[in-house]
Design a protein around this ligand. Structure first.
Ligand code: ADP
Length: 188
């Protein structure tokens, strides 16, 4: 299965994406994690991307698409987390899958309101100290989401392809909703 999980910063894509990938025995491809690995390794890509990430801006499409493209058609499937985040990335995904004759099986949108998102990200800042979880950067990431990523939701929505779930409440409950959205039935 090829699944996109979609939602604003702090919606729980990472937490739930890992769980879903484990439950379905497919890989979890998170562009944010891939980028942080590059930054930590001090690679050229990491140096290029880090400046954008620290400002709360998106890393340019060509960098992201170049980084992920070869992985999009690998294996038995994957959970895509944090990609696509722009319309150009959504087209690149469509093209890669169409070229390989593979379907995108599900797109799931985690709905959480902005007030709750900011609260979660500030908590995460206190707990984990991620360099882009400062109050200014959080606000910037929310604006960037609304300007550049929300249109991707409309793009999938127009194709009748998106399943919306409530991303609030206990993570176990969110996970049940996610499994239901993906499988059509709850699982243990
Ligand atoms: P969050 O969803 O909380 O913002 P991520 O770990 O998904 O966290 O992303 C962190 C940062 O990495 C983003 O703010 C952005 O700078 C960069 N990034 C991640 N994925 C993409 C992408 N698909 N396109 C452009 N930039 C990205």
């Amino acid at each position: 299965m090829r699944i996109v999980i979609f939602g604003p910063p702090g919606a729980g894509k990472g937490t739930q994406g890992v769980r879903l990938a484990n439950a379905l025995n497919i890989s979890h491809l998170a562009t944010g994690d891939m980028l942080r690995t590059e930054v930590a390794a001090g690679s050229e890509l990491g140096k290029q991307a880090g400046q954008f990430m620290d400002r709360g801006d998106l890393v340019p499409d060509d960098v992201i698409i170049g980084m992920i493209q070869s992985h999009l058609t690998e294996g038995e499937g994957m959970v895509l987390d944090g990609f696509p985040r722009t319309l150009a990335q959504a087209s690149a995904l469509d093209e890669a899958l169409a070229g390989a004759g593979l379907p995108l099986d599900r797109s799931v949108y985690f709905k959480v309101d902005r007030k709750e998102l900011v609260k979660r990200l500030l908590n995460r800042a206190a707990e984990q100290g991620r360099s882009d979880d400062t109050p200014e950067t959080i606000n910037r990431r929310m604006d960037v989401y609304e300007e550049q990523t929300a249109p991707v939701l409309e793009y999938y929505g127009a194709a009748g392809k998106i399943i919306e779930i409530d991303g609030t409440g206990h993570p176990d409950d969110v996970f049940q909703r996610l499994l239901f959205a993906v499988n059509g039935e709850p699982e243990a």
